[in-house]
Design a protein. Structure first.
Length: 612
């Protein structure tokens, strides 16, 4: 056998406990055929084999996000200005003003998820007046976590909110003393007002949605992601909103493996949706790049316990059990795996009552199912999940909402929110993810940083002892494979498994904890093909695709913020053009990191805050 690709002189952390470390791999027909020493891999070299010297890089299995709204996020990625990781509000507002100046009528400037005020040096949100000053004429929509959205005056006008607009159920249009909308929308207690307002903005045409999805996948590849489980989402209708991802799959242009769940869109008609889908969609239809994965994360709207820690815990309606039971009963009868959004233990208890009732009549008998989130689940309910053969997909929402959780429930409660160690000790399958793109960042290294350090993006210590780096990596690779019924197929660097790997800009296992959040991939391989390359490996990767439209925020802000140099970003107090006094940039030890695409970016905004 001759290999198609050999990667050698690396530090491979395989996540295979029988063979945890290797220096080289050989790949043939998209799968690993050798994992071991350089000599063992080179024995499979032929005249047509591509050989890449990794120069001692740390290499891991491709990361797998168990809860990512990738399909919807891809359709909108080119429309959205990213504040993820931006170190100051002054920088963020400057970015917003620049984008507003470039955005043509009738398009909006959208800042949707991935940030909070605690990451900023100023430790505050933008004011409505600051938004109006930055963009007096272009509509601006800024989403803050699950709790509110800020609209400038131009956005209020085009959204049609006036003094005569009534508050929708579960939401509030904040008004001034004269009864006029201020521009603040509040989720009280659910986010429908936020998401329905966002949906009023113009969409991209189909050609640009294809480009947008490709840009998003490239950004995920840059961060070492090779697989994701798409959790559906509001305003993501099947099959209409899946045509772009299906076309990319048909054209063999997917660089992320996607397993997708179907998310009901019709309150009180959820059972009808699932009956239609189980009769028209074959479970696991597709291939290793795009395949169906079952139902959820929304099964019935009455079972959605909204996770806004600024508001008291909501009590689910009394009708929840009667509405959830027939849907679960139907899915179990059809042997369709399912997932269910659940934040609070009180909700989980009631949901488990339904599951156990159905199980007595129609045994689950190994049917994969799982809860998403489960921040406050108790040991007793973890045991009930295990007894029913379920799993728990955890996300890093506490990295973004930890300060609010502590304020409401106390620091002690935050120490085990979610109780990952207890889940693992009970033997429950656990997979890690981000729940991006509307609230958390899609950056898996933010999530890995939170799991390892126990700290929020704002630096608040939630618990003193995080997970080991090995365990955290296992949850984001092998652990997540269970949630798409692909355990044994991917998630490890192991002979026979799909050949998905990422060579990293820094050694995840040895860098300081604060440096974890700045790690990225310098070489990402999916199915034995290089899909992204940077730095020393740049010439080995495919060329980037020009961004469409040319006014897209992605043209100037290509993804998650990162330091502008491979050198260590020093702490620096700025009193210069950026206007942020005592502006502290995070330390990031990035020895051997590639020169970022952001080189010179902050200088374009008049900021000279970096000292190298």
């Amino acid at each position: 056998m001759n290999a198609d690709l050999i990667l050698f002189n690396g530090q491979f952390h395989t996540v295979d406990r029988e063979n945890p470390l290797a220096s080289a791999v050989a790949i043939s027909e998209g799968r690993f055929v050798a994992v071991g020493t350089d000599a063992e891999a080179m024995a499979l070299r032929g005249s047509g084999t591509q050989v890449i010297d990794l120069k001692g890089r740390c290499v891991i299995p491709g990361l797998n996000d168990s809860h990512l709204h990738l399909i919807r996020g891809g359709l909108n990625y080119n429309l959205e200005l990213r504040w993820e990781g931006v170190p100051s509000l002054a920088d963020a507002l400057r970015m917003l003003k620049d984008q507003a100046d470039r955005t043509p009528t009738p398009q909006w400037v959208r800042v949707v998820g991935g940030w909070n005020e605690f990451q900023f040096a100023e430790k505050r949100m933008p004011t409505l007046e600051e938004l109006n000053q930055a963009a007096p004429d272009t509509p601006v929509f800024v989403l803050h976590l699950y709790d509110r959205a800020l609209l400038n005056r131009a956005a209020l006008r085009v959204a049609g909110y006036t003094r005569n607009t009534p508050n929708p159920p579960g939401g509030e249009i904040v008004r001034d003393s004269n009864g006029e909308p201020t521009g603040m929308l509040v989720a009280r207690p659910n986010a429908m007002i936020l998401y329905s307002t966002l949906a009023k903005g113009p969409k991209l045409p189909l050609e640009y949605q294809v480009n947008s999805t490709r840009q998003f996948m490239r950004e995920l590849n840059r961060l070492g992601l090779t697989s994701a489980i798409d959790a559906g989402g509001g305003f993501q209708n099947y099959p209409d909103d899946y045509q772009v991802i299906e076309q990319l799959a048909k054209d063999q242009q997917l660089t992320i493996r996607i397993a997708y769940n179907l998310f009901t869109q019709k309150p009180k008609e959820e059972l009808t949706d699932f009956k239609n889908w189980t009769s028209s969609v074959t479970l696991h239809q597709g291939d290793d790049y795009l395949r169906h994965n079952g139902a959820g994360e929304m099964l019935v709207f009455s079972a959605a316990d909204f996770e806004d820690f600024l508001e008291p815990r909501p009590d689910l309606p009394q009708t929840m059990e009667d509405e959830l039971e027939p849907v679960v009963r139907h899915l179990v009868e059809q042997r369709w795996p399912f997932r269910l959004h659940a934040t609070y233990n009180e909700s989980i208890s009631r949901m488990l009552d339904v599951f156990e009732k159905v199980n007595r009549d129609i045994p689950f008998n190994g049917l994969p199912w799982f809860f998403d989130h489960a921040e406050t689940i108790t040991p007793q309910n973890i045991e009930r999940v295990r007894a029913l053969g379920g799993g728990i997909a955890i996300q890093d929402r506490m990295a973004f909402q930890g300060e609010y959780f502590v304020e409401r429930y106390g620091a002690k409660a935050a120490e085990a929110t979610p109780p990952i160690k207890r889940m693992l000790a009970e033997g429950v399958p656990v997979g890690a993810g981000t729940d991006a793109t509307r609230v958390s960042s899609y950056n898996p290294w933010t999530s890995l940083y939170w799991m390892v350090s126990g700290r929020t993006v704002g630096g608040l210590e939630l618990h003193a002892e995080g997970l080991s780096r090995q365990t955290a990596l296992e949850l984001f690779t092998h652990g997540s494979a269970w949630f798409s019924s692909e355990q044994g197929k991917k998630g490890m660097i192991k002979v026979g498994q799909l050949a998905d790997v990422a060579a990293l800009s820094a050694d995840f296992f040895s860098v300081d904890e604060e440096a974890i959040k700045w790690i990225e991939s310098v070489l990402t391989v999916v199915g034995g093909k290089v899909v992204y390359a940077a730095g020393d490996f740049e010439k080995l990767g495919p060329a980037s695709v020009p961004v469409l439209p040319d006014w897209s925020p992605v043209v100037k802000v290509p993804g998650h913020w990162r330091p502008t140099s491979p050198m260590q970003a020093q702490v620096h107090h700025c009193s210069g053009p950026c206007g942020v006094h005592a502006h502290s940039h995070e330390k990031a030890r990035l020895s051997n990191a590639p020169v970022s695409d952001f080189a010179g970016f902050w200088g374009a905004f008049g900021c000279s805050c970096f000292a190298f």
